[in-house]
Design a protein around this ligand. Sequence first.
Ligand code: BGC
Length: 384
Amino acid sequence: MSNNHFQVYSIIFISVIFLACQTKSTNGSGSNLSFIGIDSSKFDSVISDKNVTLYHLVNKNGLTAIFTNYGARIVSLMVPDKESNPTDVVVGFNSINNYTTSSDPYYGATIGRYGNRIAKGKFSIDGIDYQTPINDGLNMLHGGPIGYQGVIWNAEKIDSSTIQFSYLSKDGEMGFPGNLNVKVTYRLRDDALKISYEATTDKKTIINLTNHAYFNLNGEGSGTILNHQLEIFSDQYTPIDSTLIPTGELANVKGTPFDFTKPEIIGKRIDLDNDQLKHGKGYDHNFILKENGDNKHAAHIIGDKSGIVMDVYTDQPGLQFYCGNFMTGKNVFKGGAKDDFRTAFCLETQHFPDSPNHPNFPSTELKAGETMKSESYYKFSIKK
Ligand code: BGC
């Protein structure tokens, strides 16, 4: 087939998806998503007395995304590759059961109340000590054992390209103070997936929300991400101890395997003899983003086979680059591939890990009556 024919067929294919989604997207349930190999009935369920289902968004630029309200989570994100073939760049599972039983519960999910780690789950606010449950060796990870990835969110489909999830995280849930009202809005805008967060509390608390999409820009199940080319707009990162808690130091990336100020292949230095890489079993580190302001360019990454380029922008101070070092092939993705070692990566826009215990890190406190707002977006294009 000639390239031209290919493109014409791909455009027709994307238009059919678009029309199909337009006619079936009123409330997101009962839809036929067989075009991406998902049987939506395998997501219709009741968990903790709440209905769980799938929702899908689509826009005119050919982006299609599937979500579930279990964990306000991205299940799939289809982006055209260099030959206009729709490519699923967010890995995930094909049934709710696979999500609830996964050995890694975070695939695609919203993470909170405090994303990343808190040393020994301990922090204090205004002299009052708090203790969260521990779920990662000695520490708390991603909000404790039942963080926001493991709860059922309310969902409201705003229009064909926008969905809003909301959740009331009660005072004391997972040890955090204050009733926190959280909203996460996903919007497909032009060539980007935009994620907006909003939260209010009735008692001073700490908050660090992020999304845990695991990406493979060559498409789910296409092998390791080690040949992706990555640039991170950061001169400094926060070194960690052997339990992945920051030491408090802000270290320069220059002359280290953490220097992504110029585009580098992810796998090039990942197995060097370096203590930091040993602690993370590869890259699992927070990078301090350079500029200030709302639309900071955080990262630029290219799938070597697909030519798909992803640019990450955020208003958050940090970016956790994690390259699937703890993926062990125990779970099976939508398309049938196993979640093997380093077959996906995460670029999590967030505050620094363990901030409440490091006065030199930007504060994560939210006072009663204040509104926390934050925005990140993942923009897609084709390598020129
Ligand atoms: C952390 C990893 C952790 C992973 C779990 C990442 O955000 O940095 O250490 O294993 O989440 O999915």
